[in-house]
Design a protein around this ligand. Structure first.
Ligand code: TLP
Length: 348
């Protein structure tokens, strides 16, 4: 059975061009800084995100963690949204490994944080308080429905943080989706932040890796922390080669995933008992909720879908997230529609 896997864009497999590039990559020891393919990827990433330098890291989680460890010391505080990926899904790494304290403020449904809340969260100089050091923003915002945040908002939030003496890190795991969604250059969404992580292994289809970008001095510090965390990867050019193809060939086509998310949202919302959730669709994501009166839970529905070759991510008792990506076709959208009708025991 060919699976239609909508659980995440992290499930994407490398394209044939990537596999070719990986097989033929020129390699060296990247811990010595001698892997030409990694060096090329890092230069490309820094340029595309408008930063001085960049560092290839194994995952988005490690990119965000390294960034927090580079910006903050033990006992310092990071301000972020209560729906931030770094808070919800990174195993508490900033606290466990960095002794860094999170200060949460509520995310608005559109993924933003109120500027007033950011300003109020900054601690006064008082021996009772941790020191506020960093603001983390996320674009696109995963738990807020995959919504993309505008340059105007990013500037306003970053200015508020900078005026209070804080640095700003952007979890830009899907920053290219945000740029494509708004028809702006990626730099327009990153030039106001001090550091940014983006992922190669989500919608861009590379098998492994993320890139952390920032100033030369910041990346120098990040390099030492990556080593401390065991993230120095030797002949990593074999992975970076796929990342280069991702940046060269896979960015503009993200628009197709966004169009398919629209189609999927239209198809699913036409089914009785299914409603769109979290302002869906946004970029490549569709969140839905089942009518709780329909007496089928997301878990039971997902089992029925699985029998038909469809995998959807469960996000609550009656809630799903579905993410469109390179390996999802227009034809698959029709199949997902019928699979849902069948899974909900509706006449087709
Ligand atoms: N997100 C994954 C899961 O962890 C939820 C997904 O399926 O969406 N920042 C953001 C905004 C992310 O969505 C993710 C992954 C990460 C960071 C972490 O990236 P990885 O998985 O490479 O550590």
């Amino acid at each position: 059975m060919k699976w239609i896997d909508l659980r995440s864009d992290t499930v994407t497999l490398p394209t044939p061009r990537m596999r070719d590039a990986m097989a033929n990559a020129e390699l060296g020891d990247d811990v010595y800084g001698e892997d030409p393919t990694v060096n090329r990827l890092q230069r490309m990433a820094a340029e595309q995100l408008g930063k001085e330098d960049a560092l290839f890291v194994p995952s988005g989680t490690m990119g965000n963690l390294i960034s927090v460890l580079a910006h903050c010391g033990r006992g310092d505080e990071v301000i972020m949204g209560d729906c931030a990926h770094t808070f919800l899904y990174e195993a508490g790494g900033i606290s466990a490994l960095g002794g860094v304290h999170p200060y949460l403020i509520p995310n608005n449904p559109d993924g933003t944080l109120s500027i007033q809340d950011i300003q109020n969260a900054v601690r006064k100089d008082d021996i009772h308080f941790p020191k506020s050091k960093l603001l983390i923003l996320e674009n696109t915002h995963n738990r807020c429905g995959g919504v993309s945040l505008s340059r105007e908002y990013m500037l306003e939030a970053a200015n508020a943080a900078h005026q209070s003496g804080l640095s700003v890190h952007l979890d830009g795991a899907r920053i290219f989706n945000a740029a494509v969604d708004q028809g702006v250059s990626t730099v327009e969404l990153t030039d106001m932040v001090d550091s940014v992580t983006f992922c190669l292994s989500k919608g861009l289809c590379a098998p492994v890796g993320s890139v952390l970008c920032g100033s030369k001095a910041f990346i120098h510090e990040a390099l030492r922390i990556r080593k401390q965390l065991g993230g120095g990867m030797r002949q990593a050019g074999v992975l970076a080669a796929a990342g280069i193809v991702a940046l060269e060939e896979m960015v503009d086509r993200l628009a197709e995933d966004h169009q398919r998310a629209q189609l999927l949202a239209e198809a699913l919302s036409s089914i009785p008992g299914v409603a769109l959730d979290k302002g869906s669709p946004n970029t490549n994501m569709v969140y839905i909720k089942l009518d709780s009166a329909s007496s089928i839970t997301a878990k039971a529905c997902s089992e029925n879908l699985k029998k038909q070759g469809v995998l959807a991510g469960i996000t609550g008792p009656y809630h799903f997230r579905m993410v469109c990506h390179y390996w999802i076709t227009d034809e698959d959208i029709g199949k997902v529609h019928s699979a849902f009708e069948k899974a909900l025991n509706l006449p087709q």
